[in-house]
Design a protein around this ligand. Structure first.
Ligand code: G6P
Length: 608
């Protein structure tokens, strides 16, 4: 979603802010701006569109000052425009704010201010925040008091960084449900919504906690609770490779990350498997947690699709009932929690607002929560009872690939443990399943080595308008992820359908030239899906059959066949998804889209 950066120290702030914003560019946004405390007060520059516009504009202004804040905006309230871009100021110019999140009660607060004669320059909720803090500051004369009064009247989510004109050598922060970190340098401090923004300067960070405020000076930070009481905390060292945020010669982050999947899968496997045994003890996950009578998996987007695949895998291997729920639905559906339910929340960023809310909802009802998260120190990782980390490394492309793959690995390992402890899997099957999972990285490499096949296909079919992806069981879950990938980056209309459901209405959309991808990995249902593909071939569709080697689908008339190496059926999603990712990537590039930053999308969705 939006990105925040901040700097206070001895160096010129503007270049550091712009550099930090560049590192957040991958999150997708529509405008950007920075504010610097200079000798003449607070100077602000903003620009609509890509960051290069802001860099060019700021270059011509030579902003001087060693403290400042910056922001990339993903429009929520008000169109993307220079006027709506952050930073926003209070009318008297005393307070300047950048904000991530949504102030939910902004309309009523804005109306009250407007009634008293306040004139707003933008359509944003953030300007209301600046106005409110400005008003409180005018009344109490103290930045922390002003922030805390604002926090007590605000509803919604926010991470805000604030400059007070009268406090030239300080930056103030406040946070509720939107992530924010403080980086510690030598005589300098950094602020960021995401670790990659400051990784080239420092790895020592403080996590700003929920409903906490902070006062930053060049030589240190102090944290306060809502009532202004000092909160003690220690910085932690972030374990993230700075090269993850660099393209390192690859044309795009998405292509780089697709190729990192064998490594991400292997590292994630190695983290939890030692000497032929799965060991989740580092997360405090013991036998008791792994013997639930029901499992609910929650997530959004691709993380939900991992859940959709795991539902089949866990039920098949462990015979424990599993429900998979979109986190955005789960949080409001008044879910019936049964005794001994385990709620598994899956999230790459660990910051997705709906998934975080789902964790809170589950905890509030006494359910045990287990998170599968990629980003250490993230909100979901800190709030769930237990967290298993995927070892995908920083994922930069908006469309997830390697995090999805790493999540599947953790899910398979959980399925094996559920099965073993539920008495459904003997030692032999457990050992052979583990070696099947261990074989995935090498098999992924063989698919990546054939990427030219998918590039050529994308080049040939670049004018396709409608795509359907069909499969049964876990193959259907793969279709859901493949369809999302294609939509996200190529903007081609794509739908995933359970193969048996197509003829109940949707088949009316099949006509000459429609592309239908059939996913076939399961022997028990392959012939049935093959028959459904025959039905669309008879109606003029062009069919691609994506098949696990060794799958017994029989002969049928698909004009293109993509195969992935043979593997135990439950673990086939890890391989089947790769051709669909590569096809999506190459089609997007062929169509000239910005594959790493698709239109309208954000990497981490911290609003509802
Ligand atoms: C966004 C991203 C998706 C991602 C989803 C959930 O929509 O664009 O790629 O799957 O959020 O994100 P999470 O960080 O919770 O996995």
């Amino acid at each position: 979603m939006c990105g925040i950066v901040g700097y206070i120290g001895k160096k010129q702030a503007a270049p550091i802010l712009l550099e930090g914003l560049k590192k957040l560019e991958y999150r997708g946004y529509d405008s950007a701006g920075i504010a610097v405390q200079s000798g003449q007060g607070i100077e602000i520059v903003k620009a609509q569109g890509r960051l290069s516009n802001l860099v060019e504009k700021a270059g011509g202004m030579s902003l001087k000052g060693t403290a400042g804040i910056g922001h990339t905006r993903w429009a929520t309230h008000g169109v993307p425009s220079e006027c709506n871009a952050h930073p926003h100021c209070s009318a008297d110019g005393a307070v300047t704010v950048v904000h991530n999140g949504i102030l939910e009660n902004f309309r009523e607060l804005k109306e009250e201010l407007a009634k008293s004669g306040y004139i707003f320059a933008s359509e944003t909720d953030t300007e209301v925040i600046a106005a409110l803090i400005g008003g409180h500051y005018h009344d109490c004369g103290d930045p922390l008091c002003a922030l805390s009064r604002f926090m007590k009247q605000a509803r919604g989510t926010y991470a805000i960084a604030v400059l007070f004109r009268d406090f030239k050598d300080e930056i103030y922060l406040a946070r509720k449900d939107s992530p924010m970190i403080v980086g510690v340098g030598e005589g300098e401090m950094f602020v960021a919504s995401d670790v990659p923004a400051i990784l080239s300067y420092t790895r020592e960070v403080y996590y700003v906690d929920n409903l906490e405020m902070a006062r930053l000076k060049a030589d240190g930070a102090l944290f306060y609770d809502l009532n202004g009481k000092i909160a003690e905390k220690q910085p932690v060292t972030v374990d993230m490779d700075p090269s993850a945020a660099e393209k390192e010669g690859w044309e795009h982050f998405m292509l780089k990350e697709i190729h990192e999947q064998p490594r991400a899968a292997a590292d994630t496997f190695r983290r939890y498997v030692r000497e032929g045994k799965i060991d989740f003890s580092e997360a405090g996950v013991g036998e008791e947690l792994l013997k639930p009578s029901r499992i609910v998996i929650v997530g959004c987007g691709s993380a939900y699709h991992v859940g959709a695949a795991l539902q089949y895998v866990i039920e098949e291997l462990a015979r424990i009932p599993v429900r998979v729920e979109l986190a955005s639905e789960f949080r409001y559906r008044n879910f019936i929690f049964e005794e001994n339910s385990l709620v598994i929340a899956i999230s790459q960023s660990g910051e997705t607002a709906d998934t975080l809310a789902a964790v809170r909802e589950a905890k509030a009802h006494g359910a045990k929560t287990l998170a599968v998260v990629n980003v250490q120190g993230s909100s979901i990782a800190r709030e769930a009872d237990h967290t298993l980390f995927t070892v995908a490394g920083a994922e930069i492309a908006v469309a997830t690939t390697k995090a999805y793959s790493a999540q599947l690995i953790v899910g398979y390992l959980l399925a094996l443990e559920f099965a073993r402890l539920n008495g459904k899997m003997g030692e032999k099957e457990y050992a052979s399943s583990l070696s099947e999972i261990a074989s995935l990285p090498e098999k992924m490499q063989t698919i990546l080595a054939r990427k030219e096949e998918y590039r050529a296909f994308a080049a040939e079919r670049f004018n396709v308008h409608d795509v359907f992806m069909i499969g049964r069981g876990v193959d259907y879950a793969v279709c859901m992820e493949g369809a999302l990938k294609l939509k996200e980056v190529s903007y081609v209309h794509t739908e995933a359908y359970a193969a048996g459901e197509l003829k109940h209405g949707t088949i009316s959309l099949i006509e000459k030239g429609t592309l239908v991808v059939g996913v076939l990995s399961r022997n028990s249902v392959a012939e049935k899906t093959a028959a459904n593909l025959e039905e669309v071939i008879s109606r003029g569709a062009n069919v691609v059959c994506l098949m696990r080697e060794g799958c017994t689908a029989g002969r049928f008339g698909a004009e293109t066949v993509w195969t992935v190496p043979s593997v135990a059926e439950c673990f086939a999603p890890s391989l089947l998804v790769l051709p669909l990712q590569l096809f999506s990537y190459y089609l997007s590039v062929r169509l000239g889209h910005d594959v790493d930053k698709p239109r309208n999308l954000a990497k981490s969705v911290t609003v509802e």
